[in-house]
Design a protein around this ligand. Structure first.
Ligand code: ZN
Length: 214
């Protein structure tokens, strides 16, 4: 069982690095090359999540098999194992519902949005077209969790989606390179790096709007 948790941990690492790799992929690659790289990352996510689910199913089945065996030592273990794997496996949540897959999709969306805006700005696109704000007001963070001050340059941690101010991240990392997400209850155990945060223009626009309303 100890070995199983080590495997689960390294699967988690794979998932997190696939999410983090999205940043350079979207920033530095274009066209087919980019699409291919994104597809590769998606399939890495898929394989890792499937392995994780299989392993979790296996661990659950072994535990109940041990319990059953105590009551009835005569059971056909391989047969029982296979049928339990099937029935437990069916209850496993779908790929799309996996939290890391959601984070991956979110990161991909916000990186693409951000990239598009950079391209648009450089093309000197027409002004206006206030982008639809998907998040509701209450979900929009405005306070930087490090400094407690209103943010001006919000960035999103692409692993857990939490928002901080870029200047705080830079300051904090200067003092201590091993800082984790400060949001209470956040499951992201990775240290924050400048590669794992991306500009969040949605929140930025919201902050600008709030400021102009004052
Ligand atoms: Zn977080």
């Amino acid at each position: 069982m100890e070995n199983d948790s080590a495997v689960l941990k390294s699967i988690n690492e794979i998932l997190d690095s696939a999410i983090t790799s999205l940043n350079p992929v979207i920033t530095y690659l274009e066209g087919d090359e980019r699409n291919k790289a994104v597809k590769n990352l998606q399939s890495a996510m898929k394989h890792a999540i499937t392995s994780e689910q299989n392993l979790k199913t296996h661990v659950t089945v072994i535990k109940s098999l041990q319990a059953e065996l105590k009551n009835d030592p005569s059971i056909d273990i391989p047969k029982r194992y296979n049928s339990m794997m099937k029935s437990v496996g069916r209850k496993v949540p779908k790929l799309k519902e996996h939290g890391k897959m959601t984070n991956f999709d979110e990161a991909l969306k916000s990186l693409l949005r951000d990239r598009q805006e950079v391209v648009q700005e450089s093309l000197n696109a027409e002004e206006g077209s206030d982008e639809e704000i998907v998040m509701t007001q209450s979900e929009m963070p405005s306070i930087d969790p490090f400094s407690g001050l209103t943010m001006t340059d919000p960035v999103r941690n692409i692993i857990c989606s939490h928002i901080y101010d870029r200047s705080s991240v830079i300051d904090v990392l200067k003092r201590n390179p091993q800082v984790r997400c400060p949001i209470p209850g956040c499951g992201n155990k990775k240290f924050i790096t400048l590669e794992s945060v991306v500009p969040d223009n949605q929140v930025k626009k919201h902050l600008q709007k709030m400021k102009s309303q004052k």
